[in-house]
Write a protein that binds this ligand. Structure first.
Ligand code: HEM
Length: 187
């Protein structure tokens, strides 16, 4: 569509940049949220049952999984336009600032028992999609994918289980977007 409707205005480098961004931002994020979210629910059977059986529980569960998993650890880097004070620290104008979304989402000053996955928390909010003008463009699509896929998977495979013991499951040790290398399952 970009080539058809804007081909004359965009350079090859811009087209490749947009395609790369959408692949990373649009696919890596949601696919890893779905696999990590499935694993998280398998380890919390009561919450898994609620996501499978109660349509009202699905929306809040997706928000809590986004907060708890925080698959994108850092926001897009910002540069301060003026001097600013954050939590007693003065940051000069023109400084590069990298916000840790995962640490914000697990800040005990923001949420009680931050390391506990609890889909009944209510709407506590989170920073999993960032904040401000660069807030994730695909957030509504990502939410829709998760709200549809998680209950559908759990209803289709009610006996779903992970086959490896939890401490042998292969997580990515480092990647811009957190996730699993693989998650062998049985049903
Ligand atoms: C669970 C899934 C997703 C998560 C956790 C996520 C997270 C994020 C985060 C943290 C940012 C940076 C925000 C900031 O710095 O304030 C971002 C930006 C962005 N995301 Fe997502 N994202 C997800 C899914 C998607 C999807 C499905 C798409 C597109 C189909 C998408 C497209 C983008 C784009 C284009 C930006 C850059 C926005 C800008 O710079 O103005 N994301 N996302």
């Amino acid at each position: 569509m970009l080539v058809r409707e804007h081909g004359g205005e965009l350079t090859d480098a811009e087209l490749i940049g947009i395609a790369g961004l959408l692949l990373l931002a649009g696919h890596e994020t949601t696919s890893n949220m779905l696999s990590l979210g499935t694993l998280a629910l398998l380890r919390h059977p009561d919450q898994l049952a609620a996501v499978r059986d109660d349509p009202e529980a699905v929306g809040p569960a997706v928000e809590e999984l986004l907060r708890w998993l925080s698959v994108v650890h850092n926001a897009i880097p910002r540069i301060t336009t003026s001097e600013v004070e954050v939590a007693g620290v003065t940051i000069p104008a023109g400084a590069l600032v990298l916000a840790s979304l995962v640490s914000g989402n697990r800040d005990p000053a923001f949420v009680d028992r931050p390391d506990v996955l609890d889909i009944s928390r209510g709407a506590v909010g989170h920073q999993a999609f960032g904040h401000g003008v660069h807030h994730c463009l695909g957030a509504p699509l990502a939410r829709m994918e998760m709200r549809i896929a998680l209950p559908a998977l759990l209803q289709r495979f009610p006996t779903l289980t992970h086959v490896e013991p939890f401490d042998e499951i292969d997580f990515r040790s480092f990647h811009f977007i957190y996730g699993l290398k693989s998650l062998p399952v049985a049903w």
